[in-house]
Ligand binder design. Sequence first.
Ligand code: PAN
Ligand code: ZN
Length: 193
Amino acid sequence: MTTDLPDDVMVPFAVHVDFESGALTPDPVILRRNHADLAGYFANESDAPGEDEMYAVHEIRVPATNNNLLSSTTVLQPGTVGGEYFMTKGHFHATRDRAEIYLTLSGQGLLVMALEDGTTETKEMRPGIVNYVPGHWAHRSVNTGDTPLVFYAVYIGDAGYDYATIAEQGFPVVVVEGEHGPEVVPNPRYTGR
Ligand code: PAN
Ligand code: ZN
């Protein structure tokens, strides 16, 4: 049998994931987002401490092509800003139809998803839950617990990130601290649809 291997065939590798801390071994690329990086994302930012870390993304680097799977852990700290729970920026994929899987490793939260027509879906995140994010859904994780929310995400290599749409329009809903726990409420600042 003849084989036509491409020149760039990769060598298999393994990475250890610590389910509590989200740490990857060896050698992850770490992207850190502090409170100042999320300026403008919360309705009331008066009590936001500038340089404190809100979340970190530990990424397993492979080429960002449509025949690879990128993956990362996200470690999202607990807390609130003006009554809204700490959250990721949230994004559409730049290549809109690219899907993604989240597996929650520790902590608890909500995964808020939205289509460009304003349709929303919110799903629970807790250890052992796999969330499937189909293409075309913007996605944002929200930590509603009092420990770090840690999850592992796997996405098609050329998915890319469109942050601008969410930065400009917001999500149709926000997650706020209610009397009896987290509440998903309409976002008065949402300008999409
Ligand atoms: C995740 C996210 C990560 C951080 O890996 O990128 O949780 O959230 P933001 O990118 O919205 O800041 C993912 O969805 N990748 O596609
Ligand atoms: Zn994504």
